[in-house]
Unconditional design. Structure first.
Lengths: 148, 611
């Protein structure tokens, strides 16, 4: 087996799973927004903003590939492939799970706004916490990419 | 900035009160303080609000039916507004009833269609003569030939797999067959047709009537709505008045912006009403009216999506506005998209109603920022400018940053905004509570900025290691003193140290997360650019080599792709800088929020909403 296979498996997981996480996350918030629109259609701007928040993990996954792309070549070493795989796996897992959970937080916020509670700002603050770990993973990918 | 207000208290003799209120409404600058316990349930007010709701829905119905380019009739003083409302509501409910009737009739007709033309009277005659006719339908396969003999079953029609037939039996005979007995409606299909036409005609009449009313009565209804809403406002103010001295004296309190004081004072002095004007204290919940320069004013809309600052703190709108503009440009990151935004905004601004014009001005600013940041990140409609070989782009390349540099730029911008926020927090605390309350914030600023500066200078070898060491020690001790000992002068120093440790923990975890959060600017910018590049690549590859059709296909793919990209990137560019402003910037600036918008008691004006 060539090292590049391991590297691309990692890339596939990273872009794929982070994207899946965001897809599921924004679906959860989108569903909540439609439900909330039935109760309170005036706050659509708020729903839109909160719905968009879980979408960033997919972008981080995509960006992670971009950051590592220069290090992947058919004659890369095992060490390099291992670094790429490790970095990718980290971002894949954090992206997947943090996006889904962030979606749930935002969905609760949207439901709250729909019911008439004024929780827009505080929801945004609370939604930041899951995302922090995806950002940390992205920073790790960047640094690992620089160290190869 | 937040406009300064004065608190007014009025004592008015009850007989002059209504006149006083009407005059106050004319001047229209007083924001009435609402009773903290709320207005008691008042039947009259409730009725008025129900009426307002009815008017609103009737007006909406009329608006839907107004033909284009129709000139609306002037207000007709001979009609009472309420009569017009009742007339419209009756027409609408008549239309609904007719439409329901139509539905039932059409269903009946469908059922009766199979049976064709017959006469109910004849059926009755037959029954009287001793021949009972029963109607059935059943599945073709279940139809038993025996029934034709036993019960005189006659097939009327067979449609698809359903057979419709009748049986003719004696009155006392029991017809026990495996088929569904059909209940006939009173009319035959033909008669129903006639009725359906009649109902349709009636519905058309009502619709025409409604259209006529939408032209003739719209303005009348609108004026009634204004009257009712003004009435409601007036009642609310009356209910928020305190009646003192056995209901002989009315006490009203409110706030007035200092810049509008003159008009109010002039009336009050002329009329001789007893009043007191005072400066609000720290505990008062004063309403907030923002006033900003033409640039920052456009961003007030964004600030309102989150929360209005409370009266006593700093208005952060002019401070986050330039950052928001910069971040939007960085996130959308494509000079071509920026050009498009500017062109669309300038073009559309001439055609929209006045309420939307500020939004389009904002879009123009954001578009210009995108053009600049697009050039800086080297992207034009997905085309990578950094690697292009076109001659005249070379001189722009000095300001372009490659992805690596962009990553650090995003982080540095984050640090700048956060430090700026902390300085604002310190200044705000000094302004509000005095220097002593802000000491620990200054301590942090000294450590972070000082430490950073010394580290930077040392890396650039401007300072020798000796001086660097002493500089760090100096900064550390001054900062430490401010954070751990002087953070609350009136408190026991030991508790201060504990609080300082807690503060340090919060800072360490919070700051790292906050700074890293700004990586999203880099992430969004690059991914948007790469998406554009991918679409261009796709367009070129998929279009093939056919002479005329290939360029066409290429353009179509690029149009679709870039439209999708503009929408998705645009949405992210709108949302994420907002999130950075509200979470990271506001948090580090010590934003409290919770302000109440300034809404003076004045002539009723309709609110225009953007969405």
């Amino acid at each position: 087996m060539e090292p590049i296979i391991l590297a691309y498996i990692g890339i596939g997981l990273m872009v794929g799973l982070a994207g899946v996480g965001s897809a599921i996350g924004v679906t959860i918030t989108g569903n909540a927004a439609i439900g909330a629109l039935k109760k309170n259609a005036d706050a659509f701007g708020n729903y839109m903003v909160l719905s968009a928040l879980p979408g960033t993990q997919g972008l981080y996954g995509f960006l992670g590939y971009f950051l590592l792309a220069g290090k992947i070549s058919p004659d890369m070493t095992w060490a390099a492939a291992a670094a790429v795989f490790g970095a990718s796996l980290a971002l894949a897992m954090t992206g997947l799970l943090s996006a889904i959970r962030q979606g749930q937080v935002c969905a609760n916020g949207i439901a709250g706004i729909g019911s008439g509670y004024d929780v827009f700002g505080k929801t945004m603050i609370l939604a930041v916490f899951p995302e922090l770990y995806a950002i940390v993973s992205l920073a790790a990918v960047f640094m690992i990419g620089n160290s190869i | 900035m937040i406009l300064k207000m004065k608190k007014y208290s009025f004592l008015v003799y009850h007989k002059q009160y209504i006149e006083f209120l009407e005059k106050i409404r004319e001047i229209g600058v007083l924001h009435v303080i609402e009773k903290p316990e709320g207005i008691a349930e008042n039947d009259e007010l409730r009725d008025k609000m129900q009426l307002a709701a009815r008017l609103k829905s009737a007006i909406k119905q009329l608006e839907k039916r107004t033909p284009k380019n129709a000139t609306l009739a002037e207000i007709n003083p001979s009609f009472s507004g309420l009569d017009v409302l009742v007339k419209i509501e009756n027409a609408l409910s008549e239309k609904d009833a007719l439409e329901q009737k139509l539905q039932l009739a059409e269903k009946d007709r469908e059922r009766m269609e199979v049976w064709g033309t017959f006469s109910h009277d004849r059926l009755e005659q037959l029954t009287d003569s001793g021949f009972v006719v029963k109607f059935y339908n059943c599945n073709l396969r279940k139809f038993d030939q025996e029934w034709e003999v036993k019960y005189n079953a006659f097939e009327i029609d067979t449609i698809g797999s359903q057979r419709y037939f009748i049986t003719i039996t004696r009155p006392d005979e029991v017809v026990d067959i495996d088929a569904d007995s059909v209940k006939l409606s009173d009319k035959t299909a033909e008669e129903l047709d006639v009725e359906i036409d009649k109902i349709r005609f009636a519905i058309e009449n009502v619709k025409t009537e409604l259209i006529q009313m939408s032209v003739a009565d719209f303005n009348t209804l609108k004026s009634v709505q204004i009257d009712v809403m003004s009435d409601i406002d007036f009642s609310k103010v009356l209910l928020n008045t305190n009646a003192e001295a056995a209901e002989k004296v009315m006490l009203l309190e409110g706030y007035c912006p200092e810049e509008s004081e003159e008009d109010l004072n002039r009336y009050l002095d002329d009329s001789g009403v007893y009043y007191e004007a005072s400066v609000p204290t720290e505990e008062d919940k004063v309403p907030v009216k923002l006033k900003n320069n033409a640039f920052a004013k456009l961003y007030e809309v964004i600030g309102e999506l989150y929360d209005i600052p409370n009266y006593h703190e700093l208005d952060l709108t002019p401070f986050f506005a330039p950052f928001y503009m910069l971040f939007f440009g960085l996130c959308l990151g494509d000079a071509g998209y920026g050009f498009l935004l500017v062109l669309v905004a300038i073009f559309a601004r001439k055609k929209v109603k006045p309420a939307l014009k500020p939004v389009l001005s904002l879009v123009t600013w954001l578009g210009s920022s995108t053009v600049i940041m697009g050039i800086v990140s080297g992207t034009f409609f997905g085309y990578n400018l950094l690697e292009s070989k076109i001659a005249w782009i070379e001189k722009f390349k000095v300001i372009m940053l490659d992805p690596n540099q962009l990553f650090y730029t995003a982080l540095i911008l984050g640090v700048i905004q956060i430090m700026f926020g902390m300085i604002l927090k310190a200044v705000g605390l000094v302004r509000r509570y005095g220097l002593s309350a802000s000491l620990s914030t200054w301590g942090w600023i000294i450590i972070l900025l000082g430490g950073g500066a010394v580290y930077g200078l040392q890396t650039l070898s401007v300072l020798s290691p000796e001086i660097t060491k002493w500089a760090f020690i100096g900064i550390g001790s001054v900062g430490g003193l401010l954070i751990f000992i002087l953070n609350d002068i009136k408190r026991n120093p030991l508790i201060n140290i504990g609080a300082g440790l807690w503060d340090t923990y919060n800072m360490a975890t919070g700051l790292l997360g906050d700074v890293l959060s700004y990586i999203r600017l880099f992430a969004l910018g690059i991914s948007g650019a790469v998406m554009g590049f991918v679409f261009n690549d796709l367009a070129i590859r998929l279009s093939g080599d056919i002479p005329v059709i290939s360029p066409l296909i290429m353009i179509i793919i690029m149009l679709i792709g870039h439209s999708i990209n503009i929408f998705m990137s645009g949405l992210s560019a709108f949302v994420h800088p907002m999130r950075l402003t509200f979470v990271e910037f506001y948090k580090n600036s010590g934003f409290e929020g919770g302000g109440k918008k300034y809404k003076p008691f004045a002539r009723y004006k309709e609110k225009e909403s953007l969405f």
